[in-house]
Design a protein around this ligand. Structure first.
Ligand code: SAH
Ligand code: SF4
Length: 396
């Protein structure tokens, strides 16, 4: 077997010529492409130009409306084209390596993407809605001190197909695809929140492409109002989020003074509160019908006083907003505790009396570590040598 770090004579290759064994060698995926990119991909396979839009539409329908997992299932596409498609492309989904169900019905899946890289995706069923919480990165470069994901260094950004793939796998697991000749089952996923692992605005292009597809009426068809992106405050990307995605925006606020926010959300040192609030005021199409959600994790004795609540109201003045109070979810080794229930209620009342909805988010899935900020996978950044050893051992 050839060594990717040596030439045919066994001499070491210069670094730039080595084969990157950590890069996926699989055929490129057709999942996650925009409609026009899918047409281009079909054209590249030699399909006559005038047929490309129709073929792309058929594929799109098989991927997102019917949940096909294999080109062979696509009965409306000729055998030859199916063979060409599978010789050049894949539509493989992430693979579930662990599944847990909480006693409150919350489900958490650990999904394997490429070799050694895993992310967590969570489904939270409620009376009239079902929310799927998806991840944008494996690990996170930021280190918010109260967040478990923040203790896992960034392994890598997810690609658009891996982000969309989490939704497709969840739909498989929840039995959401129509069976041939039967009416479509009721959709259990009604909302998508990008609040899993990672900072989505540090992976903007992939997140944008995936969320557009998830919202698109011809794609997964949830609609932009049912898709929420949560950011810790990457100010320069907030306008682009509104312009290019147009989804609902959630800001992880957690503190109303720079000094405290610098500590809890260290990104604040780069983009302080005044800049963050300006970006929110100017969020494209923000209105009373399309409010910004401010997330505020309740940390005992740290950010939960009535004075903090009053300062919060002042800070967001003029921004159509709703405040989501999140009881802190503990994780092993954390120095923080959750505020007492009564303290959270007093805080919420002050915000509410100032005219802002301030629901307290019921913790869900705590028993399986599926609640906000508890997600973390074992994936670590591996060296090329480690990956190669693993591949050889697996006979790949
Ligand atoms: N990185 C993005 C999205 C993922 S975090 C962001 O920070 O917005 C999703 C939400 O959970 C954020 O508001 C985050 O601050 C919050 N969170 C993180 N750790 C938490 C914990 N231990 N308990 C409760 N909420 C937490
Ligand atoms: Fe990253 Fe968000 Fe956790 Fe902060 S709260 S460490 S940005 S995942």
């Amino acid at each position: 077997m050839s060594n990717p770090e040596q030439d045919a004579q066994g001499h070491p290759l210069p670094v730039r010529d080595r084969i990157d064994v950590s890069a996926p060698v699989a055929r490129p995926s057709l999942i996650g492409l925009s409609a026009s990119a899918l047409e281009d991909a079909v054209e590249d396979l030699g399909v006559p130009l005038r047929q490309c839009p129709m073929r792309a539409r058929q594929l799109w329908n098989w991927f997102y409306a019917r949940g096909a997992t294999d080109f062979e299932q696509m009965s409306s596409i000729s055998k030859e084209l199916r063979a060409t498609l599978s010789a050049h492309h894949t539509i493989a989904r992430p693979v579930i390596t662990d599944a847990q169900v909480s006693n409150d019905g919350t489900r958490k899946w650990l999904m394997r993407l490429t070799h050694g890289v895993e992310v967590e995706t969570v489904f939270i069923p409620d009376q009239e809605r079902g929310t799927l919480c998806i991840s944008s990165q494996v690990g996170c470069t930021l280190n918010c001190t109260f967040c478990h994901t923040g203790t896992q260094p960034l392994v890598r950004n997810l690609t658009a197909d891996e982000i969309v793939g989490q939704v497709l796998v969840a739909r498989d697991e929840l039995g959401e695809w129509p069976l041939p000749g039967e009416p479509a089952p009721t959709r259990r996923i009604t909302n998508i929140v990008m609040m899993g692992m990672g900072e989505p605005l540090y992976n903007f292009e992939n997140v944008r492409d995936a969320l557009l597809l998830i919202a698109d009426g011809e794609g997964i068809a949830l609609g932009k109002r049912r898709v929420t992106l949560s950011t810790s405050g990457v100010v320069p990307m907030i306008k682009r989020t509104g312009d290019e995605i147009g989804c609902m925006l959630a800001i992880s606020l957690h503190a109303v003074r720079d000094e405290l926010r610098d500590e809890l959300v260290p990104l604040n040192r780069k983009y302080p509160l005044a800049e963050l609030m300006d970006a929110c005021r100017n969020y494209p199409r923000v209105s009373n019908a399309k409010r910004i959600t401010f997330e505020y994790v309740m940390l005992k004795g740290i950010n939960d006083s009535p004075a903090d609540a009053r300062a919060l109201v002042q800070l967001i003045k003029g921004i159509p907003a709703k405040i989501n109070l999140i009881p802190f979810n503990p994780w092993p080794g954390t120095p923080y505790e959750c505020s007492d229930w009564e303290t959270i209620e007093v805080f919420g009342d002050i915000v509410n009396r100032a005219g802002y909805a301030s629901p307290i988010r019921t913790p869900r899935g705590r028993d399986i570590s599926a609640a906000c900020g508890q997600l973390k996978s074992e994936s670590k950044k591996k060296s090329a040598a480690e990956l190669r050893r693993e591949r050889l051992a697996a006979g790949a």
